[in-house]
Every structure is written in C-alpha cells, then in structure tokens.
Design a protein around this ligand. Structure first.
Ligand code: CO
Length: 471
C-alpha cells in the first residue's frame, strides 16, 4: 500500500501563522500525551518564531518548553525549523554559536531539524548540517537533518534548477528534502512537475511538501504532489488549519483513505486532538488574537507573486507616509527590483528589503536614488549568493561607494570566527545564567533573555523568602 505521512504543525507553524506564536505551553500541555499516540510522521513544535515568542511575550524558557514536550511525547519525532546560519534570529551568527545551538537542540530533545537559507545559498546551512551529524553521534541519538528549499517563482527558478538544488542537498548529506512554499503560491501542476522531476533524480530519498492555504491553492497542490509521489505533507489539526496556516490534518486523513493511501494516523486520536484545540481557538478568536483576515483566503499573491504579509506591510508603510496613491506604482516596481537583485525568494528578510526599496524608488521618482543599508549589504555579498546575476551597474555603484573591488566571495562568518561570543555573553549575564541554554538564549535575544532571567531570579528569591518564613 502506498504511504504518505503527515507532520502536525499546530504547535509551531499554525500557531505562528494564525496567532503570531502566542500559544503558551499551558494551553497545549494537556493534549501532548494524547498527540503522542496519533502516529504523525513528526510534530513540528519548536524553532521558527517560538523561541523569540517564549522569551519576549510568554515568560517561558524555550528550552524548558522543549524538554517538557519531549517528556510528554517520548514516542513522537519532535521537529524544529532553523534558518541556517541565522539560527532563529535575523543576523548571521558565527559557526561556533551555530554548532552550540544545534548541540543544545539535540541534547534537549529535538529529533528532526529542518534547515533552510532564504537565498538557497547552501553554504549557509552547511555548518548546521555538520553539527547535526556530530551531536547525533555524541548524544547517541538519530537526529534527522532535513534540507529545505525556499520555493519561489521566477524566470530562473525552473524545475531543472530545483532538481539541481535537491541533488546538491543529497550530496551534502541531508536525509530528507523539504520544499517550503511559504507564500502558498505553488500551483497544482507546478507541484506535480517538481515532485516528479525531483523523484526521478534523487531516488528514494523522502520528499516533504510544506505549503500554506493563504491563496487557496494548497489542497489542490498537495493532491497533485501526492499523485506525483511526495512522502510527507505538513498539516494542522482542522480548527487551526486553513487561512494563512496549513491544510487540515483530518481532511487529508479522510481524503487519503479514499485514495487507498495509508497515512498511519489514528482517526480517534486526531479527532480528539481537534476537540481539545477547539475551545482554545475560540478563546483567541474572542480575544482578537486570531484575526478574521488570517483565517480567510487571499489570492492576491497569485496575481502579484508577492506574499500576503509583504503586501500588508507595504500598505501599512504607504498609509503611514500618506502615499497610498502610489500603491499601484510600488507594486509594479517590485518585479524590477527583484530582477535587479537576481530574483531572491521573497521570504524574510528579502521580502521586506525588496518591498521597501520598491516603495523608495517610487516615492523619490528615481530608481536607487537612495539605497537601503540592507540592500547595499546584499550587493556586497553579505547575505550570500543571489539566485541569478544581479544588476551590474547597481553593483558597481554600491561597491565603489564601499571601497570594494568585488563582493565578498566567502561566507561573512568565515573571516570572523572568534569563540568570543560565549565568553562575553557569560560574563555579561553573571549569576543570572545557570546553564549553557541561558547563555545561548542571551546570544540570540539579549534584551528579552536578560529580562526573562531577571524575572526568573526575582521569582526564585521570593520563593526562598517564603520557604524561610514558613520554616
Ligand atoms: Co510555513
């Protein structure tokens, strides 16, 4: 019997897409042991924005959350999303920091690390991959490194190009490949051609499809991908599915059943999971945390090839500047800017960079009269290699201004590995830091972590006082 497995995303991507990652541990703690019996391929529960959100908004230690989930779900593979050399932040970290982060993730219970780079510059995911192998061995666990491709559409992003990328990921030593369609713009036939092309080249290496329902394409796209031989699909329990989230787990379960495809899930358990989350979802709908807009279908991304989040960002910026009359012109400028940058996938941080530059060009009535610092750094090579050649005149102008002959040809970290980050962070935290995990949180999010650790210390001191008084 043909098999297609399902990754459940309610704890990470559905939570992130529908409610800005504000689901506290206490809201889902009660269902974890049941979820452990469902038979998912994996549960995506960590990484992405969960780390930042725990420290910044929820007053939770992200590492403790991971350990708790692991304890409650010993039989399920726990999965995280990692932005390669950016880890869970927005800048490039040094190799020793990336290695330590991966080590601590493995040590605290992660089983699958899905690693991607916004530009698909695989030099930026190599350190993390090697670290997964090293620490799998050290902690005597089989942790799967999944090589992830940021999917986009452009004249240079052909099926052949994606197949090449997959071959490269296989050569590098990844165990599975994930196609990540963050904007939900992959169409059914694109999925079919892609999966067929990839499967023909990389043989029995598992291929995973990650998409979003944002534009309304996802169910059709997934269906075609299944027909073409995809191995794993990402879904979310139905009350946390659709809109900007993933397709529904139960819906796919019933559809696959009629296809005669076994997805290994327990019908009873996945329905219980949905029943558990229903009142939780209602609570956040009532509080306004889950917005009607994120639950709806928005097909604009299919027209403009611009992700929904990027459009709403542009609208907000133009409204602030009282320049909404320039919206159409700015939208029309995006393809030109994207071409000049060599067709980067429009995912964070590239989506903001391209959008802001298009707005600037239109507002000043002249292309590149002002160039943002980020776009200048991009041309200097600091983000990695662009998918296609960039605009050479623009590159020359930027490099001349920076006194450079050519863009840097190595990763920006290669000349800067210092080993200092840890020592400095440890010193800065003093007795606030109790573990290596505390120090790592501080390196990733200094301000939020300091505040979190200070609050933790104050709480502990209060408890001590109470115990002494009681005695
Ligand atoms: Co996603």
């Amino acid at each position: 019997m043909k098999k297609v497995q399902i990754t459940e995303t309610v704890l990470r991507d559905a939570n992130q897409s529908l409610m800005a990652t504000r689901l506290p541990y206490s809201d889902f703690e009660g269902i974890l042991s049941e979820m452990d019996k469902a038979g998912y391929y994996s549960v995506e529960c960590w990484g992405g924005a969960t780390f930042d959100s725990c420290l910044r908004y929820l007053g939770e230690d992200p590492w403790e959350r991971l350990r708790n989930i692991k304890k409650a779900m010993p039989n399920t593979k726990l999965q995280m999303l990692l932005r390669g050399q950016n880890l869970l932040g927005y800048k490039h970290y040094h190799d020793d920091v990336v290695e330590k982060f991966v080590e601590l993730s493995v040590k605290n219970g992660i089983d699958i690390i899905r690693i991607f780079d916004a530009l698909n510059d695989f030099r930026n995911i190599e350190t993390a991959l090697k670290a997964v192998k090293t620490y799998s061995k050290k902690y005597n666990r089989h942790v799967i490194a999944s090589g992830c491709i940021s999917y986009t559409q452009s004249p240079v992003h052909t099926v052949e190009k994606y197949v090449e990328m997959c071959k490269k990921l296989k050569e590098m030593g990844f165990e599975t490949i994930c196609l990540k369609d963050m904007a939900g713009t992959m169409s059914p036939y694109e999925a079919e051609n892609l999966i067929k092309g990839i499967k023909a080249e990389i043989g029995d290496m598992p291929v995973i499809l990650h998409t979003h329902c944002t534009t309304g394409m996802a169910y059709m796209t997934i269906t075609k991908a299944i027909e073409a031989g995809v191995d794993v699909i990402d879904c979310a329990t139905s009350c946390f599915s659709n809109g900007t989230s993933q397709p529904s787990t139960e819906t796919m379960f019933y559809a696959l059943q009629q296809y005669g495809i076994d997805c290994g899930l327990s019908e009873d358990v996945i329905n219980k999971v949905n029943d558990y989350f229903k009142p939780i979802k209602q609570k956040y709908v009532d509080s306004g945390r889950i917005n009607a807009k994120s639950m709806a279908t928005d097909a604009q991304a299919l027209v403009y090839k611009v992700p929904g989040g990027m459009l709403s960002n542009m609208i907000a910026n133009l409204t602030d500047m009282k320049a909404m009359d320039k919206f159409d012109a700015a939208l029309a400028e995006i393809p030109a800017v994207r071409k000049d940058l060599g067709y980067p996938p429009l995912v964070t941080p590239l989506s903001q960079m391209v959008g802001n530059q298009a707005v600037t060009n239109v507002l000043l009535g002249e292309r590149y009269k002002q160039i943002s610092k980020e776009v200048q750094n991009y041309f200097k090579g600091e983000y990695g290699i662009a998918p296609a050649p960039v605009n050479k005149d623009l590159e020359k102008k930027i490099l001349e201004k920076a006194g450079m002959d050519a863009p840097i040809d190595c990763r920006i970290e290669d000349s800067k590995r210092t080993g200092e980050d840890f020592a400095k962070a440890k010193e800065a935290l003093g007795d606030l830091a109790k573990t290596e995990e505390d120090i790592m949180s501080f390196i990733c999010y200094p301000d939020q972590t300091r505040k979190f650790l200070e609050d933790r210390k104050a709480k502990e001191e209060n408890v001590c006082k109470y115990v002494i008084e009681e005695a």
